[in-house]
Ligand binder design. Sequence first.
Ligand code: ADP
Ligand code: TYD
Length: 214
Amino acid sequence: MSLFITFEGIDGCGKSTQLELFRKYLSDRGIRNMIIREPGGTSIGERIREILLDKINTGMTPETELLLFEASRAQIVREVIKPEMSSGTVVICDRFADSTTAYQGYGRRIGSESVRMLNEYATDGLKPDITYLFDIDPVDASQRMDTRDREIDRLDSESRDFIVRVREGYLQIAGEDPGRVRVIDAGKSIEKIAGEIIRIYEEVSGNETCLRDR
Ligand code: ADP
Ligand code: TYD
């Protein structure tokens, strides 16, 4: 059965770690799955990603940034996500439209109506069946990022206030759509979180199967 699942949260929340564990869980059970990331995931999207992350682009306006994220999304929805879902693959996306609401809408303070309209247009109305929101104190997330062996990019260099607004934005999204967005306390241990992700996945995929079989 095909589900569309997204992983969301501020940088350093532990998304990549949990994506890998969840992929292993699905693959061990013979469930066909595909993990993709935003921005990127297609050859056009990866080129847009380079523009977005390049530290040289200090003059990028919030509006340009918003449109580039949406352009990458419009491509991956139509080129990859929808066709894969039609063929029964569980598609897991490392970030999706909620990232734009949180980062550009709340972080950059772009009006929520523009973000909502562009998200709707880029996703062609596609909504995740489950969104895991990894909620963590920005101070803890930043400490975790310091331990990562990765170069700092344009979007990693945002202020603490920006990240605090992004986190608040995410929690607001979760409050508005609690059935879809499952808030995970990302301060817990890696094992505990992995267990919670699987429990929620089994609950939702079980329900879907029951509905289909009726
Ligand atoms: P993200 O993809 O959200 O930026 P990562 O999965 O790369 O985050 O995790 C950032 C760092 O924090 C890594 O060094 C990872 O090993 C560590 N980490 C991830 N999850 C946890 C956790 N639950 N507790 C403690 N450290 C964690
Ligand atoms: P990435 O290296 O993928 O970060 P992470 O490993 O934390 O997911 O970089 C993606 C960056 O882009 C991240 O800082 C979040 C930001 N972003 C937005 O601002 N808006 C968006 O719509 C998306 C998808 C990402």
